[in-house]
Design a protein around this ligand. Structure first.
Ligand SMILES: [Zn+2]
Length: 432
């Protein structure tokens, strides 16, 4: 598929190149190899919505968790509804106000700062659903939730199917279901301990045993769930753990864990100190560039999971980004563009990091575009339209080797230089 698309692009390129010799425009140095991703820092992304529902699992008598009316202990200032919103907010802030990685890359250099994964968790509800009393927040009295059983003695059956079958929400796989189980405990060294955040990833959902309700019981509620829930969602996107050694807090047993897929992570350093989303403990608030690419690709390319809504990535905004006359602009961070880019006469735009777009890039007469990274489609269901160059058949072209550094005038043909660039899935590649 990729080859075919390239072929189409290549034939267009050659066509355009020939055309340039006929004094319409200049186009140089296209290469047919695909390059490794060049994701640099990430300052912002266009948000992709993930629709979630939050389920509080209560015991059969309606206890041991937050209820719709109180914190489970009679305090009506804190309810499952306020906690649900706090949980959503915590997830969103953790994944969109990310920290730089504490560890360095295997080559000793700093990771680029990935500030946002572009994920926006949204409580989902439909007004017509009369069962949905609390707009995406559910409370289930569950007879299998037996607080007298330790989680080390075999879990009550909290399988996804069983949990989902508690009470039909009517939403099925349109939402990502998060099941919050208030009290889970185990005996270690003769002492009862509460689970500090055991989670398990379920295809299309997750369940959480968390010490947060234990904190409520102790009088100091902590909604430290943002990082944990993002971690489980990270597994769904295809990420494995960054650390490769794990000591089970319950048994004390040490496991060698799955090695991170991401090649830019120093796993030995991660064992010592990590703030990565995909580690245990730490603030779980950082991603490496390679992890970001996996996470972001999962959301952007998704056509499988109904709870991911990336349709806004296909909306083209009307007001273009102008690279103004006389300016010399370098884009050295990952960008997602939902509008046309126009390089004006005598302006130069150099793109040194991968970008995604759903719109055309236009290089006017006398404008110059230098691409040293990949440009690919932002909209998952549509190719991006390509690069448009305005030529001038009446103007002779300068020697090709001078074009990159030559100052252009207003009526010079526009210039596009592809240096080790990949144009992934454009409709028309470069055209004149
Ligand atoms: Zn995990």
């Amino acid at each position: 598929m990729e080859n075919l698309i390239w072929f189409k692009f290549c034939s267009r390129t050659c066509f355009a190149l020939i055309f340039s010799l006929c004094c319409t425009c200049f186009l140089l140095n296209a290469q047919s190899q695909s390059n490794p991703y060049k994701i640099c820092k990430v300052d912002n992304t266009i948000k992709t919505k993930v629709y979630v529902n939050i389920h509080f699992i209560l015991t059969e008598d309606g206890k041991c968790n937050y209820t719709a009316f109180d914190n489970g202990l009679g305090n009506t200032n804190i309810t499952g509804l306020t906690v649900a919103q706090e949980v959503i907010d915590a997830m969103n802030s953790k994944t969109n106000q990310m920290e730089p990685m504490k560890t360095k890359k295997p080559d000793g250099t700093d990771h680029p700062h990935i500030k946002s994964s572009g994920t926006e968790y949204v409580l989902y509800s439909e007004p017509s659903n009369s069962n949905d009393l609390y707009h995406g927040v559910w409370f289930h009295n569950y007879d299998k939730y037996d607080t007298t059983i330790s989680i080390s003695d075999g879990d009550p059956n909290f399988s996804y199917e069983e949990l989902l079958a508690l009470n039909p929400t009517g939403y099925g796989d349109k939402v990502y279901h998060i099941f919050l189980i208030g009290v889970r405990w185990y005996i270690k060294d003769g002492i009862r301990n509460y689970s500090i955040g055991g989670t398990s990833f379920l295809q299309g959902g997750q369940r959480v045993h968390n010490g947060w309700y234990e904190q409520e019981l102790l009088g100091s509620p902590v909604y430290g769930l943002g990082g944990i829930l993002n971690h489980e969602f990270g597994h769904l996107t295809g990420l494995s753990h960054t650390v490769w050694v794990y000591t089970d807090p319950l048994t004390g047993q040490t496991y060698k864990n799955t090695v991170a897929l991401a090649s830019d992570i120093d796993k030995d350093a991660e064992v010592v100190e990590s703030n990565n989303v995909m580690t245990y403990g730490g603030s779980q608030a950082a991603l490496s560039a390679e992890q970001f690419r996996i996470w972001r690709d999962f959301l952007l390319k998704n056509t499988t999971y109904k709870f991911i809504d990336n349709t806004n990535l296909c909306i083209k905004k009307p007001n273009p980004i102008i690279i103004p006359m006389g300016s010399n602009v370098v884009w050295d961070s990952y960008l997602e563009l939902d509008r046309q880019v126009i390089v004006e006469p005598t302006a130069t735009l150099r793109i040194t990091c991968d970008i995604r777009t759903n719109s055309r890039i236009t290089v006017m007469r006398g404008g110059k575009l230098i691409v040293q990274a990949s440009i690919s489609n932002l909209c998952p269901t549509e190719f991006w339209p390509g690069i448009e160059v305005w030529g001038n058949p009446n103007k002779p072209h300068p020697p090709l080797e001078e074009i990159e550094n030559r100052l252009l005038t207003f009526d010079d043909p526009g210039v596009v230089i592809l240096k080790a660039a990949t144009l992934s899935k454009p409709v028309d590649g470069v055209f004149t």
